[in-house]
Write a protein that binds this ligand. Structure first.
Ligand SMILES: Nc1ncnc2c1ncn2[C@@H]1O[C@H](COP(=O)(O)OP(=O)(O)O)[C@@H](O)[C@H]1O
Ligand SMILES: [Mg+2]
Length: 238
């Protein structure tokens, strides 16, 4: 089991006003799964992703990542675990501007235990997302679709257990968005666990399982029935 969460809750306290954002969320995700999380704006998707990505903590409930109880870790242990286990892709790319594509992708390596062959490793993941010709471009000199592929390379460079992508196609035109989803699909076929938040069913159906969240609660969780046009690999899935 890669991810086990049970009765996860998150409250925000804004000047004494309590907002219950997650109201007891439970699910398990196995290694190698490709899961989409869907739900209306404000339903708690990003809050959940930030907790899964170890960028934030729950107010209560269980979160085990690779059998490790995350709640018991201090901030430094959490940062080490995040660097090793999690690759996060944001809607707004979150690249360092005026910094080369290669240096953006090297960044997580600088904070990791293994600093060997940083240039080669960064270059290799950039080539794997089709950006071998953009290494020395500044991150603000490339298109949105390319930016998101740089962000995927950055998320991949430490070879994490799971890629978490929060509306990765939200700022992209449909062609670039599709390229991003195809890369995530390929990574999943190579064995990577992927969790994607999206608004669009078309995007969500790249996954094999969809979890629907509404007002901080899970309202549906099931396998995607592939339509014939949704994926060339449709016949492999029931
Ligand atoms: N830091 C915060 N403080 C207070 N409320 C927050 C904070 N972050 C998110 N919220 C509230 O939590 C709810 C869920 O937000 P979010 O997880 O971003 O939803 P989604 O990603 O599904 O649109 C929203 O009502 C939002 O206003
Ligand atoms: Mg969000």
């Amino acid at each position: 089991m890669l991810i086990h969460i049970k009765n996860l809750k998150k409250d925000y306290d804004t000047e004494g006003v309590i907002t219950k954002v997650l109201r007891g969320v439970s699910f398990d995700i196995e290694e190698g799964e490709f899961v989409s999380i869907m739900g209306p704006s404000g339903s708690g998707k990003s809050t959940l992703m930030h907790i899964l990505g170890l960028l934030d903590r729950s107010s209560s409930g269980t979160y085990n990542l690779h059998g490790k109880n995350v709640n018991s870790l201090d901030d430094e242990e959490l940062a080490v675990l995040r660097n090793r286990e999690i690759g996060f892709v944001f809607q707004a790319f979150n690249l360092l501007p005026r910094t080369t594509v290669l240096d953006n992708v090297k960044l997580p390596l600088i904070y990791s235990a293994s600093k060997k062959n940083m240039n080669e490793r960064a270059q290799k993941v950039l080539e794997s997302v089709g950006l071998g010709h953009r290494l020395e471009f500044l991150s603000n000199q490339i298109s949105g679709g390319e930016k998101q592929r740089v962000a995927i390379a950055r998320a991949l460079v430490n070879n994490p257990s799971v890629i978490l992508a929060d509306e990765p196609t939200g700022n992209l035109d449909s062609k670039s968005g599709n390229q991003v989803m195809e890369i995530l699909q390929r990574l999943n076929k190579e064995g990577k666990t992927i969790i994607v938040v999206t608004h669009e069913i078309f995007t969500a159906e790249h996954a094999s399982r969809i979890i629907k969240i509404h007002d901080g609660e899970i309202v549906a969780d099931g396998a995607v029935k592939k339509r014939r046009f949704a994926s060339q690999e449709g016949e492999l899935l029931k």
